[in-house]
Design a protein around this ligand. Structure first.
Ligand code: NAP
Length: 262
């Protein structure tokens, strides 16, 4: 080996970076926002309401010594996202990292699903990710640098046995391919776009009391025999956000306890 110039641990250091996280008031988005701060980033935390978990997100980030701001916007509103990114840059500095975790899930047999249920989910899970990436990239393209991470799902790769959620599965397949498509549009302008596809993860989305039997089934079906904790989404997100993944773009990183192997 010739001269060693690479400081490997420093690859994961996010000091001096500014991150923008949607869905930062709960679950995966909330934990990733904190994880980015723990690695040194200042974080703009967006959710549709500021009166929910966002206050808690800001509190825990404050304990890391990093800066955080709360932004209220609906990811189906492109103009509101443009404004939110502008606020983030004005308060924290040039945007370098974005994690798009806002999303919803629900279920209904395909033959019974109303158009409204289908469209509302698609608007949030797919159009919302597109509009978020668009607003974030408009800022990042000006700086010639950035990493965007979209939270998709293993449901974009497999069909969850027993869950009738055709719209959700289709939305997540859409997020994976949309991420690859945007990765290629911006590949020569300094912006990387990747997705993370979690398996069953213990968040408010699927730990409601009425889901107790379903979560036992999720655990049984998963090769690791358990759901993921939100903590286990942090390492993959920090990796994709940081210089440790400088040659990765258009990747869908499955974080599923082995689910998609079987
Ligand atoms: P969560 O705890 O419900 O968090 C999602 C957050 O996004 C909530 O704070 C939610 O606000 C917010 N949100 C929803 N619609 C929004 C909108 N239109 N504009 C702005 N914010 C909005 O869910 P999670 O489990 O962490 O899920 C995060 C992401 O991971 C989602 O994209 C989900 O599909 C994906 N995922 C989750 C799992 C899992 O097992 N949990 C597995 C694979 C993928 P409200 O509370 O007001 O709705």
């Amino acid at each position: 080996m010739s001269q060693i110039t690479l400081n490997a641990p420093a690859l994961f250091n996010l000091s001096g970076r500014v991150a923008f996280v949607t869905g930062a008031g709960s679950g995966i988005g909330q934990r990733i926002a904190l994880g980015l701060a723990q690695c040194g980033a200042d974080v703009a935390c967006l959710d549709r309401r500021t009166d929910g978990g966002l206050a808690e997100t800001l509190d825990v980030i404050a304990q890391t010594g990093r800066k955080a701001i709360a932004l209220a916007a609906d990811v189906t509103d492109g103009a509101a996202l443009d404004d939110a990114v502008a606020r983030a840059e004005a308060d924290l500095g040039p945007l370098g990292i974005a994690v798009n975790a806002a999303g919803i899930a629900n279920a209904n047999p395909a033959e019974e699903m109303g158009e409204d249920q289908y469209q509302t989910l698609m608007d949030i899970n797919m159009k919302g990710v597109f509009l978020s990436c668009q607003a974030e990239a408009r800022a990042m393209l000006k700086h010639g640098r950035g990493s965007i991470i979209n939270i998709a799902s293993m449901s974009g790769v497999i069909v969850n046995r027993g869950l009738m959620q055709v719209h959700y599965n289709a939305s997540k397949a859409g997020v994976i391919h949309m991420s690859k498509s945007m990765a290629m549009e911006w590949v020569d302008r300094g912006i990387r776009v990747n997705s993370i596809s979690p398996g069953y993860t213990a968040t408010p989305m699927n730990t409601r009391p009425e889901m107790v039997h379903q979560t036992k089934e999720f655990e049984r079906q998963t090769p690791m025999q358990r759901m993921a904790s939100v903590d286990e989404m942090v390492g993959p997100a920090v990796f994709l956000a940081s210089d440790a993944s400088s040659y990765c773009t258009g990747v869908d990183l499955l974080v599923d306890g082995g689910f998609c192997c079987w």
